[in-house]
Design a protein around this ligand. Structure first.
Ligand code: FAD
Length: 175
């Protein structure tokens, strides 16, 4: 409970999705911990306070492709799982001791820097009880699939069949 102050009375506890709204230490809604809808409902600014400052660049000189919102918890999650499972798909089938060590370190640091802080805390707790298995590509791919299934279960999503992780993330479905 030390990572999140209790929101004050004027701030909603739950969003329109029914999920608890997550606030940062400074009491502001956490953009990468909530859905965009809940973030907006909790009063999160979509333009990060820029409106009160003198614009540094005319809006119409900014390319359209730049003007996407920063990621919410779902977009960040999907992109991150894509990255992590793709890392498993290119991890050596028989990694050297130093490659195994690097992967252990990478996952440890990942658990510290993941931008959704409450997701990161749960992930760190889970991986401290379930140390990364890095002896082979297959082992690591399955460990990551288990980690992802842990989050799926927490969110009430269906469990993924880990026998299929390599087809989903490496080989594809062509017979
Ligand atoms: P995702 O869960 O993002 O999955 C993307 C694709 O991966 C799926 O379409 C499927 O093809 C495949 N897939 C699904 N399960 C597996 C599996 N077990 N193994 C291999 N492939 C699989 N969100 C929260 O709201 N609360 C949290 O506490 C939270 N914790 C997270 C912790 C971590 C480390 C990460 C990376 C994300 C977390 N998220 C959390 C985000 C959440 O897991 C989802 O990414 C997000 O809800 C979007 O879900 P999605 O339905 O698009 O599919």
């Amino acid at each position: 409970k030390d990572s999140q102050e209790e929101p004050s009375n004027d701030k909603p506890l739950f969003g329109s999705t029914g999920r608890k709204i997550i606030y940062d230490k400074d009491g502001k809604p956490c953009r990468s911990c909530n859905t965009l809808l809940d973030f907006k409902m909790a009063g999160g600014s979509l333009i990060g306070g820029l409106s009160t400052k003198k614009p540094t660049q005319a809006r119409d000189s900014i390319p359209e492709a730049y003007k996407e919102d920063p990621p919410d918890v779902e977009q960040l999650g999907k992109s991150t799982w894509t990255f992590l499972h793709s890392v498993a798909a290119t991890y050596p089938e028989s990694p050297s001791p130093s490659q195994q060590d690097e992967m252990r370190q990478f996952m440890r640091i990942f658990g510290k820097v993941y931008p959704c802080w409450f997701c990161a805390e749960d992930f760190q707790k889970w991986s401290s009880k379930n140390e990364p298995k890095v002896n082979t590509q297959e082992e690591f791919g399955r460990w990551l699939c288990d980690a992802h299934n842990e989050v799926n279960a927490k969110l009430g999503k269906p469990k993924f069949d880990c026998n299929l992780w390599k087809r989903r993330w490496k080989d594809g479905w062509e017979e």
